[in-house]
Design a protein around this ligand. Structure first.
Ligand code: ADP
Ligand code: MG
Length: 255
């Protein structure tokens, strides 16, 4: 387990209670749960931005507090729900911020490469603050991939808080296919808060359902996305069907 990110009995009163979670190499984990369940708070605790009241979170066998900020930044990157910038930077410079923990050699090539991967090249030269919410999300994705870029691929732990919330259908699919492809290569490990359960069903290896600060269900899509489970924890009336092309459940709201 030395190559894992491991949370043991994490608590942050009154938001998180007794969270134990392991993020294994090459896994794409979806964090799901109703509004206010504590998903964003958990992400902050797992990434070292929020020291927990109790329990520990360790990366490669060392607690997050034992890592130097620079070393930690080379191993894990975080894309928050919304990122406003107080300065009027062009897109390329925002992506290049991801390279701050590294030597600048090769930075320009990496910035171009992650911009191409995330579909950001057409945004070249634009001011970040003038972009739409969805365009800003794509730029932030490029930034966090740049942060984890080593040689010719991203490596480490990538945390994303609702990365698809402002994306159109094409870019939702593009982002999840990209994350899946990058995690399959085995060097990138992704933990993403996703509200869209059908995206999680199609692309996540594991779903972790949070409710009032506790993990109440986890497993693959078929294990977690059951009508009874979702009604109980979300309060919504749902029906579960099957994706026409993939072996995956899909969630429908009852009319
Ligand atoms: N520092 C804090 N102290 C007390 N309550 C907090 C704190 N931070 C967040 N909360 C509350 O904890 C709950 C979980 O917040 P959050 O993690 O943002 O939920 P989610 O991302 O699942 O919607 C919310 O009710 C929020 O208002
Ligand atoms: Mg949140």
């Amino acid at each position: 387990m030395s190559d894992c990110l491991q949370a043991a009995n994490l608590g942050y009163s009154p938001v998180l209670r007794n969270i134990s979670l392991t993020l294994a190499p090459g896994e794409l984990v979806a964090l799901i749960g109703p509004n206010g369940a504590g998903k964003s708070t958990l992400l902050r605790a797992l990434t070292g931005y929020l020291p927990p009241d109790s329990g520990t979170c360790s990366l490669k066998g060392k607690t997050l507090a034992e890592w130097s900020p620079q070393a930690l930044s080379r191993h894990r990157a975080v894309m928050r729900q919304q990122t406003q910038l107080g300065f009027d930077w062009p897109v390329e410079d925002v992506v290049a911020m991801g390279r701050a923990p590294w030597e600048q050699t090769g930075s320009h090539r990496i910035v171009r490469e992650v911009m191409a991967l995330t579909g950001c090249l057409p945004l070249s030269g634009r001011k970040y603050n003038a972009l739409s919410g969805g365009e800003q999300q794509r730029v932030q994705l490029a930034r966090v991939l740049a942060q984890l870029w080593v040689d010719d691929a991203p490596q480490g732990w990538l945390f994303l808080d609702e990365p698809t919330s402002a994306l159109d259908l094409y870019h939702q699919q593009h982002l999840l296919r990209l994350l899946k492809k990058l995690t399959r290569a085995g060097q990138l490990h992704v933990c993403a808060v996703l509200h869209d359960l059908n995206l999680a069903a199609l692309w996540a290896d594991r779903l972790v359902l949070l409710h009032q600060g506790e993990i109440v269900a986890q497993g693959n899509a078929r294990q977690v996305l059951q009508a009874q489970t979702l009604s109980r924890w979300y309060g919504a009336e749902v029906r579960i069907g099957e994706h026409p092309d993939a072996s995956a459940p899909q969630v429908f709201l009852a009319p």
